[in-house]
Design a protein around this ligand. Structure first.
Ligand code: 6PG
Length: 236
């Protein structure tokens, strides 16, 4: 079962997350292998991204992946890789060559297959990335795994294109199959606007098809980090 950890402020949450990520960096270095981390997009990871790229790391031994991407050009304001790249350029430009974004210049299915091939080439059989960082969407989605979509039941592919009603722009996403292989999974629930999604995440009535983030809760390697204003019972 995953852990739920509540923090008074986002800064405290970020400090804890960086401490835990550093533990996994050390583990990878001790095993003489690259440290691999996947970041989602949106607002939730921004504080952690800034703190992570402010670390003094041997960036040539780090691989930075995406959990999902909007199918827009890389310089589009909606692009997740544009957001991540901008933070890297500001805090650790030497890490740019370690960043492996999804290629939205390709046709969607091709882009998904290429990213999956890249992942399979980087990861030894049966091993996953060291850390996966996800945000909780207002509709309880994580990565680009949306309520009711078949992607939630995919048990072979690691990366899939996502198109359908309400998904605009279309997306490319890691699948639960791949995310579950992560050694440490961080789900960030930050801000009072996440109250409704959080209460569905922890409610007994919703299932994974209603609230995709739920698949993470059953994993022992998951830690849900939330700010006090996101907990439904927090004071006004
Ligand atoms: C995306 C993200 C998505 C995001 C959540 C939370 O492409 O939008 O990868 O999964 O992390 O929707 O988004 P916010 O942090 O902006 O609320």
């Amino acid at each position: 079962m995953g852990k739920l950890i509540c923090f008074e402020e986002e800064a405290d949450l970020v400090e804890y997350a960086v401490k835990r990520i550093r533990q996994h960096i050390q583990e990878a270095m001790n095993e003489h292998r690259p440290f691999m981390i996947a970041f989602c997009g949106g607002r939730s990871p921004k504080g952690l991204l800034r703190a992570f790229f402010s670390l003094r790391l041997p960036w040539r031994d780090v691989i930075i992946l995406q959990t999902d991407e909007r199918y827009v050009p890389p310089n589009d304001k909606l692009s997740n890789q544009r957001m991540v790249r901008s933070i890297i350029e500001t805090h650790a430009p030497e890490a740019l060559e370690s960043f492996l974004p999804m290629d939205t210049g390709l046709e969607m299915e091709e882009a998904a297959q290429r990213y999956e091939k890249l992942l399979r080439g980087l990861l030894p059989e049966g091993k996953g990335p060291d850390v996966v960082v996800l945000g909780l969407g207002d509709d309880c989605h994580v990565a680009s795994l949306f309520p009711g979509f078949h992607h939630l039941k995919e048990d072979n592919r690691w990366v899939l294109p996502v198109e359908g009603p309400g998904v605009e722009p279309p997306r490319i996403t890691l699948t639960p199959e791949f995310i579950r292989s992560g050694r440490y999974i961080l789900l960030l629930v930050i801000g009072r606007q996440k109250r409704s999604a959080y209460s569905r995440l922890v409610s007994q009535s919703a299932d994974v098809m209603d609230c995709p983030g739920k698949f993470l809760l059953h994993l022992p390697q998951t830690e849900v980090l939330l700010t006090a204003d996101a907990c439904s019972d927090s004071k006004e």
